[in-house]
Ligand binder design. Structure first.
Ligand code: NDP
Length: 447
């Protein structure tokens, strides 16, 4: 088996050798899915995984725009349309200076499995730009978004490809992108999700990724007869996913002690309560400030510049910032400090070595493609509401979200249980996602 996996990865490396994040994501899937393929004749010998690692289409384009000083700026835009066998491409747009083809291909590849797990009819895609929204005025953001969409609009559509937000792309950016799409096509359709509430957005969509992650963690804790009550929770990030993961964990009785951004983390030993969380939401979403400013208002808390929160003692860790933000040393520190559950809100925040350490210690560990699928699932619900020209209540959407997270958990149990009873959620999520997409690909023939 080891040889089969190595031979497969060698082939993928030959084509994508310069794309480390993409190779990392493929390796994790290959190690769990190839042994399954070998044991199942319907998938064996058909190069299905090889077909899945090749994007159906990768679009790269120039985005030129004019900044507030009248200077012409040039960025690069992308859309990776990875797999459309179970529905239109679906996945977020990321605006961050680190964006490149490798990062977007890893995200699009993960998205294919994640979307399949939601049980909704959505294929996988991802896109974005190396544009850095930090420090830009609202007008600059608008001009950039309009320029970006003036090219992207050719390749997307409510039945073709439906982008959403991701790092650096929230409701403000989705608004500007939607406005330009509507102008160019003269159509008001559900071509983007994460829209504002008065123009086609779904209730609970802003909360969905963070809430869903905590619902998933709660299901994992339940397998041990446990729950969030009285648990100390460490969270990284302070953006959309981190904020709502904190809110839901707080509602379920957890004590949140950290939040972070790319500059450092804050530790509040008294816990970040509702009032403090409201302060963070205003600081990050409206004032667009830095997490270090938390300690100016709450001087009992401490700020650690240039550090990540994994050194803080906790029961539950929710990495909600970015890829590869939690390495082997961090994992060992978390384990040493008594952490029993890690549920990924971000995409691929734990390195391969960190995941191996969690598995070795047999703690509860959920990969993002399962535990953060609540965001795209609720995007799927937004698409359904747009097609129905109807709006569900907060309670309706929240209960559907909870149901979907429970179903994803059940799929992980179905395919992820080891002989000794330990649940390998990585294996479970990868195989469950693979089976659904592979069955559709087989039914549709070699296209
Ligand atoms: P936001 O832009 O709202 O927030 C991102 C947060 O992560 C910020 O606090 C940011 O800090 C921090 N961050 C970004 N890059 C780094 C870095 N290199 N090192 C340390 N911290 C960093 O994004 P989201 O909350 O939407 O996304 C967070 C993660 O969740 C991403 O991995 C995303 O792909 C994933 N995700 C998001 C979904 C969604 O619905 N939004 C759905 C599923 C997954 P700073 O301000 O300093 O950059």
């Amino acid at each position: 088996m080891k040889q089969t996996i190595e031979a497969f990865l060698d082939l993928v490396k030959q084509r994508n050798g310069h794309e480390p994040e993409f190779l990392q994501a493929v390796e994790e899937v290959a190690e769990t899915v190839l042994p399954y393929i070998v044991k199942h004749d319907i998938y064996y010998g058909k190069n299905i995984l090889l077909r899945m690692v090749e994007p159906e289409r990768l679009i790269s384009f120039r985005v030129s725009w004019v900044d507030d000083d009248g200077e012409i700026q040039v960025n690069r835009g992308y859309r990776v349309q990875m797999n459309s066998s179970i529905g239109p491409y679906k996945g977020g747009l990321r605006f961050h200076p680190t964006v490149n083809a490798s990062i977007l291909k890893f995200l699009a590849f993960e998205q294919v499995f994640k979307n399949a797990l939601t049980t909704l009819p959505m294929g996988g895609g991802k896109g974005g730009s190396d544009f850095d929204p930090k420090g830009k005025s609202d007008n600059e953001i608008m001009r950039f978004c309009h320029a970006f969409m003036s090219e992207l609009f050719r390749y997307i559509g409510h039945n073709t490809d439906v982008p959403a937000g991701d790092i650096g792309v929230g409701t403000r950016e989705i608004g500007f992108l939607f406005g330009m799409y509507k102008k160019l096509t003269n159509e008001f359709t559900g071509v983007l999700t994460g829209k504002g509430m008065s123009w086609g957005g779904s209730l609970i969509r802003p909360e969905a990724t963070g809430y869903g992650n905590v619902y998933f963690a709660q299901k994992m804790l339940e397998t041990k007869g446990d729950n969030f009550k009285g648990k100390t929770v460490v969270i990284s990030g302070s953006g959309n996913v981190a904020q709502y993961a904190a809110e839901k964990a707080l509602h379920l009785g957890g004590k949140i002690v950290t939040l972070s951004d790319s500059s450092g983390y804050i530790y509040d030993a008294n816990g970040i309560d509702e009032e403090k969380l409201a302060f963070v939401m205003e600081l990050k979403n409206i004032k667009r400030g830095r997490i270090s400013e938390y300690v100016d208002t709450y001087p009992d808390a401490e700020y650690f510049e240039g550090k990540t929160p994994w050194e803080v003692k906790c029961h539950v860790a929710l990495p909600c910032a970015t890829q590869n933000e939690l390495d082997e040393n961090d994992a060992k520190l978390l384990l040493k400090n008594g952490c029993i559950c890690v549920s990924e809100g971000a995409n691929m925040p734990s390195t391969k070595e960190a995941i191996a350490a969690f598995h070795k210690a047999k703690i509860l560990f959920a990969p993002g493609k399962a535990s953060n699928a609540g965001g795209v699932a609720t995007s799927g619900l937004e698409m359904t509401q747009n097609s129905l020209r109807f709006k569900w209540s907060r309670e309706e959407v929240d209960s559907k979200l909870k149901e979907i997270m429970n179903d994803i958990h059940a799929s992980c149990l179905e395919y992820g249980k080891d002989e000794d009873g330990y649940i390998d959620y990585v294996k479970g999520a990868n195989i469950a996602g693979f089976v659904k997409v592979a069955d559709a690909m087989l039914a549709q023939g070699i296209v």
